[in-house]
Design a protein around this ligand. Sequence first.
Ligand code: GLN
Length: 485
Amino acid sequence: MDLINLSAHELNGFIKSKEVSVLDIAQDYAQRIESVDEKINAFITFDKNVFFSKAKEIDAYIRSGNEIFDFTGIPVAIKDNICTKGVRTTCASRILSSYISVYDATVIKKLNAQHFLMVGKANMDEFAMGSSNENSSFGAVRNPWNLDYVPGGSSGGPAASVAASEVPCSLGSDTGGSIRQPASLCGVVGMKPTYGRVSRYGLIAFASSLDQIGPFTRDIKDCAALLEAISGYDEFDSTSINTNVPRYKSFLNSDIKGMKVGIPKELMVKEIDLQVKESVENVLKMLEKSGAIVEEISLPSLEYALSVYYIIAPSEASSNLSRYDGVRYGYRNMDARTLREMYKKTRAEGFGPEVKRRIMIGTYCLSAGYYDAYYDKAQKVRTLIINDFKNAFSTYDVLISPTSPTTAFKIGDKVDDPLRMYLSDICTIPVNLAGIPAISLPAGISKTGLPIGVQVIGDLLREDNVLKIASAIESDVKWKIKPQI
Ligand code: GLN
């Protein structure tokens, strides 16, 4: 059986019918990782012995007649900014290169309650800052569709590992697009839930008012199931929302007749590649054929989203990252003779250039004299953006846009031009500022053989509408092409 090309729900069926053991699954995936990850570099930490012994443990659990949940025995890769007890969590940074957390993140606890099979820790941009996974101190990740191209970022490892059939699903984090943009560039499904839907406890903070954990999968059904598994109130996260978790899987294959779809013209920016535009237009035509009402709308404040994000996110990052001082966590310079020198050298040697750039921008925006002009102003514009979305959702069920203005770009292409790199997230960033949910799913393939993604955005806690429309798109696009690796 071709286990590495099955989805999590298909594997679940075979585990339940006892046609395959979890060890069979682990062996096939380990073999796949060993044969392709030298080229992809999706994993920072993968220990085959730990992987196999965990698989045997789950087989014993199943043999004893215990309940088999959606993710019992299912391999899942975890982005390396999500804390895993006993397994190092590096954030792809030199400063945390040997950091081992003493506790599990809430999402890990939830998956452990289902006896999932953790595969390893997936590569990313350092501290989740980037759009190409080139900012990792563990080396760049390569796009399985073409090894000369980036997989997107910052969750490049979680996205590429699913695309390359190294795992059926993974967890990433999304602060400004870090799940959706790499999902789009790698031809997989990726979802950012409503802010507060999934606990951030144990997610190493980048920008706390924007960060959210979410799933990467091969199809919408797995996405709904994984979202259901990790969602829910958590007393350890003061921003987590205390409402019941809907049965997300029940919203798939619904009738979308009469659903109202808005197309924000501000997200159809001029930078959008012609082929991406065409794919999104085809999706819209298909939705109309299925009875949805599609209309162009305007959300005027979205024009400022990128500028607002690049004030708020670095400001929060500069505060969050002040804890890495060589005293409490990770790397420390050992030659310094004074405390001040130790701080300076530790941070100069421990952080990479993009992280330093963000800390400097953020510290500047928060400093006395500039706070009102930048940070405070950005917060006010953020409110305008939130209001624009509120307004749109009083009429429309979902909004649709490209996920990324372009398909994957070549490794090295934008690395020396931060502003061009920042533009990669122009369609995804407004969603984080408003705290609303959005998904990226495959919409087509370019003439050069690179995947194209479409983004479906919903109102606060309306993941149901997002999944309904995504599942309608999926059934039409019938994505069966796989990268040849
Ligand atoms: N690419 C964006 C950034 O560099 C978003 C990152 C993210 O979502 N973690 O900040």
